[in-house]
Write a protein that binds this ligand. Sequence first.
Ligand code: ADP
Ligand code: MG
Length: 349
Amino acid sequence: MLEIQNIFKTYDNKPLLRGISFSVSQGETICLLGASGSGKSTLLRMIAGLEFPESGQFLFNQIDLAQTPPHIRDFGLVFQDYGLFPHLNIFDNVAFGLKMRNTSAEKINIRVTEMLELVNLQGLEKRKVTDLSGGEQQRVALARALAPQPRLLMFDEPLGALDKSLKDDLLNQIRFILHKTKIPAIYVTHDQDEAFAIADRILLLHDGEIIRDGAPDEVWKNPNSAWAARMLGMGNVIEGVVKRRMNASREGGRMNVATQVGVFEVSCKHKHKNNEKVSLLLKQSGEVGDEIKLKVADVLFKRDQFEVKTRGVALSGEAVSKGGLVIHLKDAPRVGQMIRVKVQVECLT
Ligand code: ADP
Ligand code: MG
């Protein structure tokens, strides 16, 4: 359906997007997850035809979009700040795209009524959009984007301006509508909870490249890189040095990795040499795993547990000043106290 091929974009001599490629199929919701400033909105603007890449192509059903102006692309957009026309009422906002296409008044009436029902705003046609709450305004924006039956929907941090309970409501509503209408969608956000909740496929954008592309559960199970694990807040990512490889086979094997919190025996499918630097993911575990000893530096209450930042790391009598792992405990420890936790260790490189 939509194919994005090798997109490069530079601003002020700084590369922002460096060879972005992915495709979106019928009925699929793609979620592009990236930090603020990573180029997500720029990519959406280029897909919409409002901006142009230095190189690369956008194809829709095998047709290059380069010659297709934005209003002919039939793509719907929903922004963080709603982008409604403040001087128009709800009806006229939702009808806008249909009027632009010279749709008959009768058809417009039917379609607007249908769309307002879909977003639970039936009967409010005459209301001024400026009288609505943020969540309601965003539902009008969604109805407006859906009304002309777009070939693709794009969402740019649509929940960014809403508070937590409204976010969950609207996210569920968007999910429901995307499943029902089967319109392919690209949903852009920096919020991983949102991304994992709505995506059929997650794309992680980091440093101008897509560093991971997969179903949410696959990405979570196998982040495949230190950056992906960090972006997803999966645990503590630390650097280590390979000290001794064991039963070395061509496909990798087990190895000892020395880190600031101890030496771990890790298996890895890649082949690492002795003294090679690797990144390890330390996931806090209950009973099984390697035990590490940490000194508490700071304690923060988070929902039903305490987030503990650690500092001084003591290893077999040897004091190491670096550290800074974050762990979670049911009971608050004292600052300065030594604690033991079990971790499961994976190699990320
Ligand atoms: P995101 O949506 O991921 O937060 P953006 O695509 O909005 O990121 O912007 C990424 C970077 O590109 C920003 O740091 C910004 O400085 C730069 N940028 C965006 N648009 C322009 C522009 N028109 N001119 C120059 N720099 C821009
Ligand atoms: Mg943005």
